[in-house]
Ligand binder design. Structure first.
Ligand code: BG6
Ligand code: MG
Length: 217
């Protein structure tokens, strides 16, 4: 069967999860809300709007919509300021090798991200030509763990969900892949991503034989 390889963006392809964290931490600090790295796991894969709500819930803060709107703008401006000088050096280790291998083997590749900043990031890092389809935060109405983003991506690649392989660094994203009946590959800590079918610390741990097996399965 024809396979589809779907990649999350932040924390999988590029090292941007840290910038999201820094930008949210500033907002949390201003509001005197404790926001640790552990809390941050709850935000991975989650939309910008929902992320702010989670932070406010953590601090038991109720806020007016106009304040929320202001913080959302502030967060994104701050986040984007970290990306100004972004180039291919921000591609996470091992990612390029796998993307190249998939391309050489004529495998369909899609992006499945919650971010509304996905396209400029792929452009800046020079990775745009590797993607046959891009599904991002502008295209979906249901956030991960809803599988919508990955289902759309599989469909655009003319592949059945059960033939799609999803690379994810977030718990919500791994769950979305599983709920969508796809093969989930967790990138990160096994203790956090234990629901994934396969788990690797990063892409340097993934060898091309593993990818070959996925292609031929
Ligand atoms: C996800 C990130 O990829 O995108 C989240 O894991 C982020 O941390 C979400 O909140 C939305 O991104 P953006 O760029 O639209 O704020
Ligand atoms: Mg991610």
């Amino acid at each position: 069967n024809k396979k589809a390889f779907i990649f999350d963006l932040d924390g999988v392809i590029v090292d941007t999860a840290k910038y999201h964290y820094l930008a949210w931490q500033k907002i949390a600090n201003e509001l005197n809300i404790e926001f640790t790295l552990e809390h941050n796991e709850l935000l991975k894969g989650v939309s910008r709007v929902r992320s702010l709500d989670i932070i406010l819930e953590l601090g038991k803060v109720e806020a007016a919509q106009e304040d929320k709107d202001r913080w959302l703008v502030q967060k994104n401006e701050d986040y984007l300021s970290y990306l100004v000088d972004m180039d291919e050096s921000e591609i996470l280790p091992g990612v390029f090798t796998i993307l190249k291998f998939l391309k050489e083997n004529k495998q369909p590749i899609a992006l499945g991200s919650a971010s509304k900043n996905a396209r400029p990031i792929l452009e800046k890092t020079g990775l745009l030509p590797y993607f046959d389809a891009i599904v991002d935060g502008n295209d979906v109405s249901n956030a991960k763990p809803d599988p919508e983003v990955f289902l759309i991506a599989a469909k655009l690649l003319n592949t059945k969900p059960e033939d799609a392989i999803v690379f994810e660094d977030s718990v919500a994203g791994v769950q979305a892949a599983n709920i969508g009946n796809m093969t989930s590959v967790g990138i990160g800590e096994a203790a956090i991503l234990h629901e994934a079918k396969y788990i690797f610390e990063d892409f340097t741990e993934i060898d091309t034989n593993f990818i070959k097996e996925l292609i031929n399965n």
